[in-house]
Each structure stands twice: as C-alpha cells, then as structure tokens.
Design a protein. Structure first.
Length: 108
C-alpha cells in the first residue's frame, strides 16, 4: 500500500500539467461518454538491481514501438524520473499511453 501511495504522489505533477481538468465560464465542463472518450493508461517501472542498461533500452524500445503496432494508441509519452523530491520509491520509468477509448486498452 505504501508503494502505491508513493507512486501516486510521484505522478501528481504529471497529472497537474494536463489541461483537461480546467474549466471556465467560456469553457464549461462537457459531459463525456466514457465509452468513447480518449483513455489514458499509466505504467511505471522499477527494475531489479543489476538490470543491464541494454535490457532497459530494449524494454523502452518495445513499448515505444507499440504505437506503430496497435492502432487504438493515439499517443505514447515516456520519460525517466528525475524528480528532486526522491519520492518515486525506485520507480525509474513512466509510460503514459493514450488510447482512442477505454476499449482500446483491451487490445493492448
């Protein structure tokens, strides 16, 4: 449970950067059909001590290549944790996959 809480805290800055949650009088919140709305899936990785950098690069490439192999993926972002807060609890890589809709996750 502690790992989950720390992971969520580490992801909060990423979620805060999203403009999807901003609403104003000129931009009221829209009622969205969750079955057809874009769906984001977040995956964080922690590698075992001693994992060779070549293996990590292989995993990165494999995940990035999914965008060309799975048509329901609209976007794929990834990065390495470089946070000065040191709250990632060993999780070093984060991938954010945006699917056309939630059903697209099943194909993944």
């Amino acid at each position: 449970m502690k790992k989950i809480v720390i992971t969520i805290i580490a992801l909060l800055p990423i979620l805060a950067m999203s403009n999807n949650h901003k609403t104003t009088e000129k931009n009221p919140p829209k009622k969205t059909d969750l079955k057809t709305a874009p769906f984001r899936h977040v995956v964080c990785f922690k590698f075992k001590d001693g994992t060779k950098p070549e293996k990590i690069k292989e995993l990165e490439k494999g995940l990035v290549d999914l965008k060309t192999k799975i048509p329901t993926i609209l976007d794929l972002e990834w990065g390495i944790n470089d946070s000065p807060e040191d709250l990632a609890n060993g999780f070093t890589h984060c991938f954010i996959v945006t699917f056309k809709d939630k059903a697209g996750l099943k194909i993944y």
